[in-house]
Design a protein around this ligand. Structure first.
Ligand code: SIN
Length: 335
């Protein structure tokens, strides 16, 4: 449903906002107690706040959902993807902003990054403090996102994630803190730009200018569980994953994507049964590169992608018929 107060003329240049909820639309309830609820404030109220700040950028807001991002998954991804495709096809749409809870923003941003063309900016934005919390960051992040989405140099950078005055490429971004307002980090690139309500600086040229979508979006994504490695890990998780119909497995391994011998053997058997296995790391930062055992077992190294984004990429590849481990590795190695 469009937000009527903010329905800019659809034929004149404007920015589309798809609001999904999260803390950016949440209420704290109390300054001193944890009485927090995500997804309480509608897009109308948000855009009215922009107007009060004197920001007159034409915006068309659509309330897609108003939920915590822990409940966002394939159904909403499909709606967002197809709505974004429609909006991007309109000459008058300069760019898209998606307001989103920060918990799964990494996954939504990366999925759209891989399945949308890059000729117009798509910006995912969230907040760590609810709209009525002491020192809320939501409105500032949103104003920054409007600046990025409307910027002439924003196209050709893939989907972007704006938080705490920083712009991250979706390929690099992940949530790295449970509470702080600068909760996101980028790896291997840090932020690709800096933005405030009054300034915007890109740290380099657009790196994907004019690129088409990398992979076709499929409403039905294959089942790909993430197995989290822990000391004393048993093979039960692998057995259950295969019995449950897993089409691929992502290992969130120790250190450089490692796991106990019995786990590596069970994963090698899964590969023999036609289930690709990606080795990523439960460690926050660093590459997982190919090792000699990968050539023997046909494992795939996640490179710079953490488990959540590695899972999305493996789902996309499988959905697009790319199953051969060598081809899958090539796609994981692609920047
Ligand atoms: C959520 O992801 O919906 C809650 C947490 C947040 O937005 O920061």
């Amino acid at each position: 449903m469009d937000a009527p107060r903010n329905r800019a003329d659809s034929t004149a240049p404007h920015i589309r906002v798809f609001a999904t909820g999260g803390t950016i639309a949440g209420v704290a309830g109390s300054a001193t107690r944890r009485d927090y609820r995500p997804g309480q404030i509608g897009i109308d109220d948000f855009l009215a706040a922009l107007a009060r700040l004197g920001i007159d950028t034409p915006i068309r807001g659509t309330q897609f959902a108003n939920i915590g991002s822990e409940d966002i998954g394939p159904a909403l991804w499909a709606r967002l993807h197809w709505a974004a495709m429609d909006a991007l096809a309109q000459d008058s749409c300069r760019g898209i902003i998606i307001t989103h809870g920060t918990d799964t923003a990494e996954e939504t941003a990366f999925l759209l990054d891989q399945t949308l063309p890059t000729n117009k900016p798509v910006v995912v934005v969230g907040a760590m403090r609810a709209a009525d919390a002491v020192g809320t960051d939501g409105l500032r992040n949103f104003v920054n996102a409007v600046r990025v989405a409307g910027d002439a140099d924003a196209p050709g950078r893939g989907v972007l994630l704006v938080m705490s005055d920083r712009i991250f490429a979706a390929r690099d971004a992940r949530k790295a803190h449970t509470e702080m307002t600068d909760a996101f980090k980028g790896f291997p690139r840090g932020p690709v730009g800096h933005v405030t309500p009054t300034s915007l600086e890109w740290f380099g040229p657009a790196w994907r200018a004019g690129e088409a979508a990398r992979y076709a979006f499929h409403d039905d994504m294959p089942a790909v569980p993430i197995l989290y490695a822990y000391a004393g890990m048993s093979v039960d998780g692998i057995t259950q994953a295969l019995a449950g119909g897993a089409k691929g497995i992502v290992l969130a391994g120790f250190g450089h994507g490692n796991a106990p011998r019995a786990i590596r053997d069970a994963l090698a058997q899964a590969v023999e049964q036609g289930v690709p296995v990606v080795r990523s790391s439960r460690v926050d930062e660093g590459l997982v590169d190919r090792e000699p055992e990968d050539d023997i077992a046909n494992f795939i190294a996640a490179r710079a992608l953490g488990p959540a984004r590695a899972r999305i990429l493996l789902q996309l590849l499988l959905a697009n018929g790319i199953t051969d481990p060598t081809r899958v590795q090539e796609e994981f190695s692609r920047r």
